[in-house]
Ligand binder design. Structure first.
Ligand code: IVH
Length: 678
């Protein structure tokens, strides 16, 4: 060999090893140590050397991942060992039955001991098999019908986390696993597709399937696919360990990507804990899973258990409830919200989806309903992922009956018969009945009483329905005039619970200006705005009378919000409700407001940190009151902190304050500073 060639061969080998190392760090360990630019430089150097010495190109060179020619068709591959499926279970008792069955069949081997299981996520991708002969990746195949699949070797080579060569003495090594697209990659791909006006994919699984089954590997190379190994197929000359989990460790050592979400557990309790853990982690995993897989861990026991028809007896998939189902859209009703907004609601033939039975789903507004092209009578796809509210995703047009009906927005409110109107430029239609409309009145009361507003304990929607329908309460002020006698006449309301509710109502009288402003339910005045308003004005009369330009000076208040506030207080009946509430004893601490904070008070200009639980008020209320007195409330203790207010169970912040010598106030001291006269 001429010197130059020997030299090149050495450099090529070193570059390949280095590039493989970086691919592994980047795609498998998720811990890159060099930048993409440096990687590209090394890669280009290898390309150049291989161009000069084409005879030194080998199949496992990183340069051979891309550039293969498009195929006319995939050829068939007969699997050396069939690729089986798994039995499914959804309920805990099916899992208990699985464990019992395994134990019964293994009685002699395990006796009274708990069985050890390897637990893994059930990847929601495509099953594939990778064949390595003498360490070289020679063939990759899809599962197909389990006996024969398609040869997608060229495409799998483009998946950077799949090693092209492994350091093993095994003559034959078959690795099984799943190809999938991680969620972030899926979002990026879809954004890219949309920008090019090309097909977007409905979910990561479809995107992965579509990408893997491309005849042109250059297209696949552009698609960000991932791979996770979960088992072995046939091996020759490979020393198998005793357990599945150890086999996975070995594969990880050979640089195959293995999920870190796996665990080895004991018995049914262990399985249940793992399932709970993964159910919680599910939404934050970087990829979709549709359940978990439990495998008897000892390979010898797996062998003993064997197979039934097309599935192993030693493993089972514990699946999450399906998140999509089809059902019939039987009707569309409308619901009236607190501000009169009319929301169309789908009445569905009850269907079990995402773990619960769904029979209603909001359709948001008329435009949305038209955009989705939903008609009454349609067969529709209902989706409910995790804890989110169920959604009608789309109709199945091929199943649309000839008599399917369009939804027609009613002209009058179903609750109060007032006209329904849609303002220019607004997506929602509204009932014009205002507080005359019982539906709006109920919602307004619930809004008023909610925890973050006046916080009336025990006033739920069933109760509100009754007190409004019986005409006991028209406005929030009426709540403060209720007596035990009136309440005890209600359904399911004993004297004791009536008294509890009255206590709750009485306790709500002491509040803050911010809560009160939020409770009024002024359009566009949410909790944060209410707080800003309270901070700025400090006093309700000043706020009610503030001209627009003064309102606009409040933090985060723009013209729409300012207008809405002005309009609200310009209505005499709204002012009347406010006066009645004050007359009933609803009160708060008034201050001079931001503009004129008491410059002499103990908290003026001071930085205060709240920690632990206060028994007399919530953390937010304490913050409001401190801010009203000119304090800056900060989240962490530092040398700049002037006071730490320590409630019950104060933790590290209190320790830190003491370490730094910051003044610490007990709750009692804090209250005495707040209300020097009380
Ligand atoms: S083990 C003998 N482990 O689930 C079968 N399969 O119904 C051994 N799957 O298409 C399969 N994640 O691709 C196993 N951690 C995992 C899995 C998993 C997903 C898929 C597999 C197959 C299906 C089996």
């Amino acid at each position: 060999m001429p010197d130059d060639r020997v030299h090149a061969a050495g450099e090529i080998a070193a570059l390949r090893a280095e590039l493989d190392e970086h691919l592994h760090r980047y795609h498998v360990l998720d811990q890159p140590t060099i930048s993409d630019a440096v990687y590209d430089q090394l890669y280009q150097r290898l390309v150049a050397l291989e161009e000069q010495h084409p005879d030194l190109i080998t199949a496992d060179s990183p340069t051979q991942r891309v550039g293969a020619k498009p195929l006319d068709a995939f050829s068939e591959v007969t699997h050396r060992l069939p690729m089986l499926s798994l039995g499914n279970a959804f309920a805990d008792d099916e899992i208990a039955a699985f464990d019992k069955r395994c134990r019964a069949l293994l009685e002699d081997a395990v006796g009274d001991e708990l069985l050890e299981y390897a637990c893994e996520p059930k990847f929601d991708g495509l099953a594939i098999s990778l064949t390595y002969v003498d360490g070289l990746f020679v063939q990759g195949a899809t599962r197909g019908d389990g006996t024969t699949g398609e040869d997608v070797t060229q495409n799998l080579k483009t998946v950077r986390s799949i090693p092209l060569r492994v350091r093993t003495t095994a003559r034959l090594l078959e690795v099984r696993g799943e190809v999938l697209m991680q969620r972030r990659d899926f979002e990026l791909l879809n954004a890219r597709q949309a920008a090019k006006d090309e097909k977007v994919f409905v979910n990561p699984r479809n995107a992965a399937a579509g990408s893997l089954r491309q005849l042109d590997p250059r297209v696949t190379a552009e698609r960000p696919l991932s791979f996770f190994a979960y088992g072995l197929g046939l091996t020759e000359g490979f020393a198998l360990p005793d357990t599945h989990s150890a086999a996975m460790d070995l594969l990880a050592q050979l640089r195959f990507p293995i999920t870190t979400e796996r665990a080895v557990v004991l018995g049914v309790t262990g399985l249940r804990n793992y399932f709970e853990h993964i159910s919680k982690a599910r939404s934050s995993l970087p990829f979709d899973i549709d359940g978990v897989v439990y495998k008897v861990n000892k390979l010898a026991l797996q062998q003993q258990l064997g197979f039934v028809s097309r599935a192993p007896r030693f493993a089972i998939a514990h699946k999450f409830p399906a998140e999509e189902a089809t059902t019939i859209l039987e009707g569309i009703d409308v619901q009236v919200g607190r501000t009169g907004a009319i929301t169309p609601v789908a009445r569905l033939k009850p269907v079990f989806v995402g773990g619960t039975t769904v029979s209603n789903a909001t359709l948001h507004n008329e435009d949305e309903l038209r955009r989705k092209d939903l008609k009454i009578g349609d067969t529709v796809i209902v989706r409910r992922a995790g804890d989110v509210i169920p959604e009608v995703a789309s109709p199945i047009l091929s199943l649309r009956p000839v008599d399917a009906r369009e939804f027609v927005m009613p002209a009058r409110c179903p609750e109060c018969d007032s006209a329904i109107m849609k303002l220019e430029g607004e997506a929602v239609a509204r009932c014009t009945g205002g507080l005359y409309c019982p539906a709006q009145r109920k919602q307004a009361l619930l809004h008023f009483a909610q925890r973050r507003a006046l916080n009336i304990e025990g006033l739920g929607d069933k109760l509100v329905d009754q007190i409004v329908e019986r005409g006991l309460v028209h406005s929030p002020a009426d709540l403060y005039r209720l007596g035990v006698a009136a309440l005890s006449s209600l359904e399911r309301m004993a004297e004791k619970s009536a008294q509890n509710l009255l206590d709750g109502i009485a306790a709500s009288k002491q509040t803050t200006l911010a809560r009160f402003m939020f409770a009024l339910g002024i359009r566009h005045v949410g909790e944060a705005t209410a707080r800003d308003l309270a901070k700025h004005f400090g006093n309700l009369d000043r706020l009610m009378d503030a001209p627009l330009d003064e309102l606009l000076r409040v933090n985060d208040v723009g013209p729409v919000v300012a207008q809405s506030i002005r309009q609200f207080f310009d209505q005499p009946h709204n002012r009347e409700v406010v006066e009645q509430l004050r007359a009933c004893g609803v009160h708060w601490l008034e201050t001079a407001g931001n503009a004129a904070v008491d410059a002499k008070g103990p908290f003026a200009g001071k930085t205060v940190v709240l920690t632990g639980t206060l028994s007399s008020m919530s953390r937010d209320d304490a913050k409001d009151r401190l801010e009203a007195l000119g304090a800056k409330v900060s989240a962490s203790v530092s040398k700049k902190t002037d006071f730490v207010v320590a409630g019950a169970e104060s933790g590290s912040k209190l320790d830190k304050a003491q370490a730094l010598g910051v003044a610490v106030l007990t709750e009692a001291e804090f209250l005495s500073y707040l209300n020097p006269t009380e």
